[in-house]
Design a protein around this ligand. Structure first.
Ligand code: NAD
Length: 368
């Protein structure tokens, strides 16, 4: 495939062919910046902000890094120097409300531990800024509802950092689900995990909301819902496996296996773990299949095959595309493909899975 064709195919995969002008420079082959770049403030300067979102904001065309919220003034000043924004736009977690008077900031992106997302997102909304929240949206559906209500009251937009919506392989999964070239997907299986060698907040019930299901299993839930055109499963079952490192997974699961069932007979079987390295996803339909054989949910998705043969697409900067898309949504009023309601749907599924693991029974998913 030559470059022009692969670029066009890639844009088609993303469903963005009609919006080529909105794609970032690398995709549309032009350098002209838009009239206005919206200002983004990162709330929490940990690993994901430092290694992915900050660098991605150097590649975005429709938004740029304009401020930070951090517990360390010194760190904030270093970021202001590195990214060239005003030190006036450095905030602490206690001064988010003051963002209301900061014209440099249009959007704040909450990248703190899961258990703090609701508090920080509500503070951002009350300051009148649009909100992006990292996954999982919150610890509970009730917290998601509080965030959605705060955004509605403040008339600000919301979205979730579901970066894989801007990955071309996942776009192909959604296209296959939508156009049903293989028929409707009936069976899914997959796993996602990594080996956590020392305790981190990700294994803390209060800060993380749960264990690997919250952090990693949510990707499998996302993949399965993509394969089912956004529909949540009706029922789930789940079981927790014995812990091999109870010193790490103290009050949360270490490894969890669960099933999901959709009306009409589709089902999924998944495993997530903090003591195994894996990252796979496969969806089968009556006339074909798609198999994510490596790094199924990674920043660079690798080795994806279908029953028709291997797929090969360019690897985009998912985070840059995701943030540019939200900036465009804010500017144009267009709906985001990853709204807070989707984050809430996934928490409803997660809550059902935890209920099923505790009860040992098949549990209904309550999305409303
Ligand atoms: P991290 O631990 O590296 O960073 C968390 C940040 O929150 C730190 O700057 C920390 O100082 C700050 N913080 C504020 N209050 C805190 C408190 N009470 N306890 C602990 N930290 C506190 O974590 P991370 O890997 O950057 O993850 C942050 C969020 O981003 C999580 O919700 C995670 O699920 C999400 N994430 C998403 C992706 C993705 O691919 N979409 C990847 C990594 C992380």
């Amino acid at each position: 495939m030559n470059n022009a064709i692969s670029r066009r195919r890639f844009l088609e995969q993303l469903g963005l062919a009609v919006a080529v002008a909105q794609a970032p420079g690398w995709a549309r082959g032009a350098d002209a910046p838009p009239a206005k770049q919206l200002g983004v403030a990162l709330v929490g300067l940990g690993n994901y902000s430092t290694r992915q979102l900050g660098p991605a904001l150097r590649e975005t065309k429709f938004c740029k890094l304009a401020g930070v919220v951090t517990g360390s003034r010194e760190k904030g000043e270093q970021w202001a120097r590195d990214y060239g924004f005003s030190p006036k736009s450095i905030y602490s977690y206690d001064t988010i409300a003051r963002m209301a008077d900061d014209p440099a900031i249009d959007i704040a992106y909450v990248v703190t531990p899961n258990g703090l997302h609701a508090e920080h997102a509500i503070a951002v909304a009350k300051a009148g800024k649009h909100v992006i929240m990292e996954k999982p949206m919150c610890n509970t559906v009730a917290e998601c509802d509080a965030v959605l209500a705060a955004c509605k009251a403040a008339k600000v937009r919301h979205s979730i950092g579901y970066r894989l919506f801007w990955d071309p392989y996942h776009a192909e999964l959604r296209r296959l689900a939508r156009e049903q070239e293989f028929g409707a997907f009936k069976q899914m299986k997959g796993d996602r995990g990594f080996v956590m060698s020392t305790w981190r907040w990700r294994a803390d019930k209060k800060l993380a909301g749960g264990g690997p299901l919250m952090d990693l299993g949510i990707y499998l839930i996302q993949g399965a819902c993509m394969a089912k055109n956004g529909a949540a499963p009706a029922f789930v079952t789940a079981r927790e496996l014995p812990k091999t490192r109870p010193d790490i997974s103290r009050d949360t699961e270490e490894t969890l296996q669960w099933t999901m069932e959709w009306p009409g007979g589709a089902s999924a079987e998944f495993t997530t773990s903090y003591q195994q390295n894996f990252d796979h996803f496969r969806a089968e339909a009556p006339k074909g299949w798609i198999d994510f054989k490596e790094h199924a949910f990674g920043y660079k998705v690798g080795a994806v095959e279908t029953s028709r043969g291997p797929l090969q697409y360019p690897a985009p900067n998912q985070q840059a595309l995701q943030m540019d898309d939200f900036a465009q949504c804010v500017e144009t009023g267009r709906a985001t493909p990853v709204p807070g309601e989707m984050g809430r749907r996934d928490l409803a599924i997660i809550e059902a899975i935890y209920r099923a693991a505790a009860s040992g029974r098949r549990e209904a998913v309550k999305t409303t």
